[in-house]
Design a protein around this ligand. Structure first.
Ligand code: ATP
Ligand code: MG
Ligand code: MG
Length: 407
């Protein structure tokens, strides 16, 4: 179901919900990057205290949340951090899942999403196996342990195919395109060798990429936000547009696939689901993130209840909220570092400066310690009455991105 449908059914008398938790709940978040920061902003709005565990001094979330300095990959630090929390959750998947499990087993702290779900998702190969067993449509994939397997993948999938790291991947940094058999050695080396843990995926000739934020309650019910169309630049999310400019049937299919995938996991929270739309209208799952997601940032301005609010409500066991659109359309533009240091900062500020002058545009600056090429340092969301209006507004901020969207 979409939340919109749920909301219209329950417009009449509302009942008071006993959440079982004090209204002064303390939520502990593993990770304090921009996602933790935006989660903390929503927590503050609802009177929820949010703490983050992050190893970088003055992490982005620290301006709005209490930061504990420490690694979310360090079991002792995670256990210590969880002591003062009612709920432990994450804003990054590369955490120590065993430490989360220990917190769940040995303390009264609610841990969401579950450590099991974190483990399944952390390893992208295991994730693919899990969703395949659940009947979710996926690109063909296979494990790659040696050059023989890599050559075999080329024979079965054809070239090019995509070689991927099983773990610790983000922003395309764990991916390498294998263009031919001669290309295998270089592709494998670029990912750190076979011993890093690799798998291959058949090349997907997608029409476009669609993402869906799905929120899952503690009792397992799911609801999805409107579908977004994403455009990547060098494998990094660059823009998102909602409503996606694809047939309604394709949007519905993307939501179905996304909800099917998230129903096959356990635990509560928001999940970012990335999919590929094919020319025949079918949709394949790319991957899932067990947390709010870059392609859901538009929900802050475009929905009554953002993905960050939805995540907090879900992990706290509160009603999920209304995740329909409250505007006609929206576009999100990531501010990606274009250069190092001051030069990069100057370019980003130019973009922000233009956005401040455009109606319907909101600027988010993450406050990361430094600007570097390809780094996500902020984003801009533009809302308006329809796709045409938001595209026009984006053009005044970044004509190159506007061209990419209209291409
Ligand atoms: P994220 O930052 O979203 O976590 P990631 O590093 O985990 O990204 P993927 O999502 O696996 O990487 O891939 C990044 C991008 O590469 C995809 O969004 C898509 O544009 C492209 N891509 C990935 N897999 C394939 C494939 N099998 N065929 C064609 N393109 C692909
Ligand atoms: Mg990923
Ligand atoms: Mg991805």
């Amino acid at each position: 179901v979409t939340c919109q449908a749920a909301a219209s059914q329950s417009d009449a008398p509302t009942k008071v919900v006993d959440t079982g938790l004090p209204r002064t709940a303390v939520v502990g978040v593993l990770g304090g990057g921009q996602l933790g920061k935006m989660m903390a902003q929503e927590a503050a709005k609802m009177g929820v205290t949010l703490k983050v565990l992050d190893p970088t001094p003055n992490c982005p979330a620290s301006v709005v949340a209490q930061q504990t300095l420490g690694s979310f990959r360090d079991p002792e630090a995670v256990r210590e951090f969880a002591k003062g929390c009612d709920v432990l959750t994450v804003e990054i998947e590369h955490i120590d899942a065993d430490a989360m499990q220990a917190v769940a087993d040995q303390s009264g702290v609610e841990v969401q999403p579950t450590p099991h779900t974190m483990r399944v998702i952390q390893d992208k190969y295991r994730q693919k196996q899990h969703f395949q067993e659940a009947g979710v449509p996926l690109p063909q994939f296979r494990e790659i342990k040696c050059s023989k397997c890599a050559e075999g993948a080329g024979r079965i999938f054809g070239y090019p195919y995509m070689l991927k790291s099983k773990t610790l991947a983000y922003d395309g940094r764990g991916n390498a395109v294998v263009k031919s058999e001669e290309d295998i050695a270089a592709a494998v080396a670029s990912l750190g060798g076979y011993e890093k843990g690799l798998y291959a995926e058949k090349w997907v000739p997608f029409v476009c990429e669609l993402a869906v934020m799905v929120v899952r309650s503690r009792d397992g019910s799911v609801a999805s936000f409107p579908v977004v169309q994403t455009i990547h630049k060098d494998s990094i999310c660059w823009t998102t547009e909602t409503p996606a400019r694809v047939p309604v049937a394709a949007q519905r299919r993307a939501q179905q696939v996304a909800e099917q995938a998230i129903s096959a996991l356990e635990g509560a929270g928001v999940f970012g689901v990335e999919t590929f739309l094919l020319a025949d209208g079918s949709v394949l799952l790319n991957e899932v993130a067990p947390r709010p997601h870059n392609s859901g940032h538009y929900t802050i301005e475009a929905c009554p209840s953002s993905q960050f609010e939805a995540h907090l409500r879900a992990v706290l066991g509160w009603p999920l909220g209304d995740c329909g659109l409250r505007v006609g359309a929206s576009i999100m533009l990531n501010i990606l570092g274009e250069a190092d240091g001051e030069e990069g900062e100057r370019k980003a500020h130019e973009l922000m400066g233009r956005a401040f002058a455009v109606p319907g545009a909101s600027v988010h600056w993450y406050g990361k310690a430094g600007v570097a090429p390809q780094r996500k340092i902020g984003h801009i969301t533009v809302v308006g009455k329809d796709n045409e209006e938001v595209r026009h507004r984006l053009r005044a901020i970044d004509p190159v991105a506007a061209d990419a969207i209209e291409a």
